[in-house]
Design a protein around this ligand. Structure first.
Ligand code: ADP
Ligand code: MG
Length: 239
C-alpha cells in the first residue's frame, strides 16, 4: 500500500504540488490523470525515489520511503518504472530484459526461463537476438515493460507509457497492463494526460490539478459526478 500524505514539491521556489493526498491500494491500477505540467512525472519520480518531496511523506506499507529509516535499495527492489520515452539499452532484446535479473545474480537457467516468459507476454518471442535499438517505438516500450516485469516488482510505475506511441502499440501496452495486474496482482500506478486511458484501465483515478488531487474515485464516479467545474472540464463534461 502506498500512502501519499500532504505531498508538496517546489522547484526553485515554484510550487508544483501543494498538498497531494491519496491511498493507493495493493493490487489496484491507479491512474494519475491531469493536464501537461500538473506534476504527474514529479509525483511518480518521488514514489520511485528519483526525487524527494519538499514536504509530506510517502509511505510504502507504513514506512516513510524518504525518511531516515528507509532502505532505498529495498524500496527500489520492490518497484519498477516505465518512462514516457521508450528507454532501451544498446544491446539485444534478450539482454535488455535479462538486465535486472543479472544484477540479482540469478542462475542462467532461471534467467532464460523468465526472459522467455516475458518475451511471450509482450508478444515478441523470436525477437530475443534483435538489437533493441532497431525496434519501433512501440516495440521498444514493450521491451521496457518486459524489463520492468521480469523482476516481479510489487509496484509498477508507468509515466505516460503510451504518450509517444501509435494507437496499435498503445492498445498492446494497455492490454498488457490489465492482464499483468489481473494475473500477477501487481499494484500499478500509471500517469496519463488522456482521461480516456484512465477510464479504460484504472480501478481508481486521481485527478491532479493545481497541485492537489481535485478528485479521487472510480472512473465512473469521476466521469459521472465530477467534483467541480475544473474536473468536469478536464474529463470533457461541461456543466
Ligand atoms: P507532468 O508530468 O504532469 O507534465 P511534470 O511533473 O513533468 O508535469 O512537471 C510539473 C512542473 O514542474 C512543470 O512546470 C515543470 O516545468 C516543473 N519541473 C519538473 N521537474 C523540474 C525540475 N527538475 N526543475 C525545475 N522544474 C521542474
Ligand atoms: Mg510527465
Amino acid at each position: 500500500m502506498i500512502e501519499l500524505r500532504h505531498i508538496a514539491k517546489s522547484f526553485d521556489g515554484t510550487t508544483v504540488l501543494r498538498d497531494v493526498n491519496a491511498v493507493i491500494r495493493d493490487g489496484e491500477i491507479f491512474a494519475v490523470i491531469g493536464p501537461s505540467g500538473s506534476g504527474k512525472s514529479t509525483l511518480l519520480r518521488m514514489i520511485n525515489l528519483l526525487d524527494s518531496p519538499t514536504n509530506g511523506r510517502i509511505l510504502l506499507d507504513g514506512t516513510d520511503i524518504h525518511g531516515e529509516h528507509s532502505q532505498p535499495l529495498e524500496v527500489r527492489r520492490r518497484m519498477a518504472m516505465v518512462f514516457q520515452r521508450p528507454a532501451v539499452f544498446n544491446m539485444s532484446v534478450y539482454e535488455n530484459i535479462a538486465y535486472g535479473l543479472r544484477l540479482r545474480h540469478l542462475p542462467e537457467e532461471e534467467i532464460r526461463e523468465k526472459v522467455g516468459w516475458a518475451l511471450e507476454v509482450i508478444g515478441l518471442s523470436g525477437y530475443g537476438t534483435r538489437q533493441a535499438r532497431t525496434l519501433s517505438g512501440g516495440e521498444m516500450q514493450r521491451v521496457a515493460l518486459a524489463r520492468a516485469l521480469v523482476t516481479a516488482p510489487a509496484v509498477l510505475l508507468m509515466d505516460e507509457p503510451t504518450a509517444n506511441l501509435d494507437p496499435v502499440s498503445t492498445a498492446v501496452i494497455e492490454e498488457l497492463v490489465v492482464r499483468i495486474n489481473r494475473e500477477q496482482g501487481q499494484t500499478v500506478v500509471i500517469s496519463t494526460h488522456d482521461m480516456h486511458q484512465g477510464q479504460r484501465l484504472a480501478h481508481r483515478i486521481g485527478v491532479l490539478m493545481d497541485g492537489v488531487f481535485s478528485q479521487v474515485g472510480t472512473p465512473r464516479e469521476v466521469f459521472a459526478t465530477p467534483k467541480n467545474k475544473h474536473v468536469a472540464r478536464f474529463v470533457g463534461i461541461e456543466n
